[in-house]
Design a protein around this ligand. Structure first.
Ligand code: LLP
Length: 423
């Protein structure tokens, strides 16, 4: 699946104005390659579609936390949806305005709460009563007033992979409506907290607007009850989750999301926050790997590449489909292959029984739609350094994160003295 930002010119895959093989010559493989203009265009498309309700778009940086990506989006006026103190610090370092940062997570630590309070973030998305009490206590000790939104679990099933569904009460996320109502009724008890908003996030890679409509209607009904009780809030945070095409899925277009949701958001009448991750980053990046070997065991043909599930875990973890295309198109006949990495796990597979053009040792393959939850979920499993990341803008490219070295991999490790002596 090529896009306007990753497409072939004379049989060579380009990212914007730069040939992918040219990047690989200077950076090596495996590497992530991002199109700056793809990020910006998705960000702007979202803002434009929802313009009538003027959202503050807080990029879910868990999908891609590279400083350069954050800086690029900060320059566009984006905020950040964060889930840890690490993300907070990176967002601030990239120049994201703390007044545009919202902080979700079912398990915020005291340190994280303190850091976010002193940074002056817009609000915490609170997921339980004990968490609210803890924020109240810490804010009191710091002589600050914490601003929070309650994360409602609307108990809405949004069809997606089980591991990325969040909106039902079988999941750990958010407060059921009764619990949220109870908290709001006794909000005076939490003297160092202002409950300023309601938040939902019903899951990820949601392909149709229906589940959002159901969830937002629930929020609307709830707000009507609160208004009757003279309980008022300022913000409605819709969360993230808008899906992207990975192959030829039939997704509701963004305009349909906007058409169905804007009237409801209008009725809600609060300041709107959105927390898209994948929608902005997913198709803004590819992952490039080199073919090491072709192995044919009589039953199957394997393309063994120099990248593994430690670099891109989505296929192994969610059976996710990523298109795989050659960096240089040839006229060669196609075959059916499993594309696998070198890691000692049967799950280390990028594609199963995939029809690909005949591939040879040294051929570069691009794994598409890798801008979200790609590098961000990479690990050092099998003592493998994490890949390099590159950003392209027009005809320029730059390494935005160096490939890790062996020294990076052993940093912080120590052999205890009791193991050092031989006797
Ligand atoms: N807001 C909250 C509170 C979230 O938990 C998430 C994602 C988002 C926003 C952004 O969701 P998005 O717009 O990217 O769908 N690793 C999985 C996805 C996990 C999503 C976790 N939460 C994957 O690779 O598919």
């Amino acid at each position: 699946m090529t896009t306007p930002y990753f497409k072939y010119r004379k049989n060579k895959l380009f990212c914007e104005g730069v040939a992918v093989d040219k990047i690989v010559k200077s950076v090596g493989t495996p590497c992530y390659i991002y199109s700056a203009n793809a990020f910006v265009s998705q960000f702007k498309a979202l803002q434009k579609a929802f313009k009538p309700v003027n959202p503050l778009v807080c990029f879910a940086m868990k999908s891609n936390d590279s400083l350069a990506v954050l800086k690029l989006l900060a320059n566009q006026g984006a905020g950040a949806d964060i889930v840890s103190v690490g993300e907070l610090k990176k967002a601030l370092l990239a120049g994201i305005d703390p007044k545009k940062i919202v902080f979700a997570s079912v398990g915020k630590t005291e340190y994280e709460i303190r850091e976010a309070l002193t940074a002056g973030i817009l609000f915490f998305n609170v997921e339980s009563l004990p968490e609210l009490a803890e924020i109240d206590r810490i804010a009191g000790a710091l002589k600050l007033k914490a601003s929070v939104a309650l994360r409602i679990n609307p108990d809405v099933h949004a069809p997606t992979h089980e591991k990325i569904a969040t909106g039902t009460l079988t999941k750990k996320f958010g407060l059921d409506l009764a619990a949220a109502h109870d908290i709001l009724r006794r909000r005076e008890q939490f003297q160092h907290v202002t409950i300023n908003g309601l938040h939902i996030h019903i899951g990820s890679q949601i392909q149709s607007v229906g589940p959002y409509v159901t969830a937002v209607k629930k929020v609307l009904n709830f707000l009507n009850i609160l208004t009757q009780e003279k309980i008022f809030v300022q913000y409605f945070d819709l969360g993230g989750g808008f899906g992207i095409p990975y192959k030829n899925e039939r997704l509701d277009p963004l305009e349909k999301f906007a058409d169905r949701l804007i009237p409801l958001i209008d009725k809600i009448g609060l300041n709107l926050i959105m927390e898209p991750g994948r929608f902005i980053s997913g198709n803004s990046g590819i992952f490039v790997t080199e073919t090491l070997y072709i192995k044919d065991n009589g039953l199957k043909k394997f393309i063994i590449v120099d990248a593994g599930m430690n670099d891109l875990v989505r296929p192994a973890m969610y059976d996710a489909h990523h298109e795989i295309i050659p960096v240089e198109k040839t006229a060669a006949q196609s075959g059916i292959y499993d594309v696998v990495g070198p890691i000692c796990e049967s799950a280390d597979v990028f594609a199963k029984a995939r029809r690909l053009p005949h591939v040879q040792k040294g051929d570069l393959l691009a794994i598409m739609s890798a801008g979200a939850y790609g590098y961000a979920m990479a690990s050092n499993y099998n003592v493998r350094p994490r890949a390099a990341e590159v950003m392209v803008q027009g005809s320029q490219f730059s390494i935005i994160r160096e490939r890790e070295t062996f020294q990076d991999l052993i940093r912080g490790e120590k052999i205890p003295t009791f193991l050092k002596s031989k006797d």
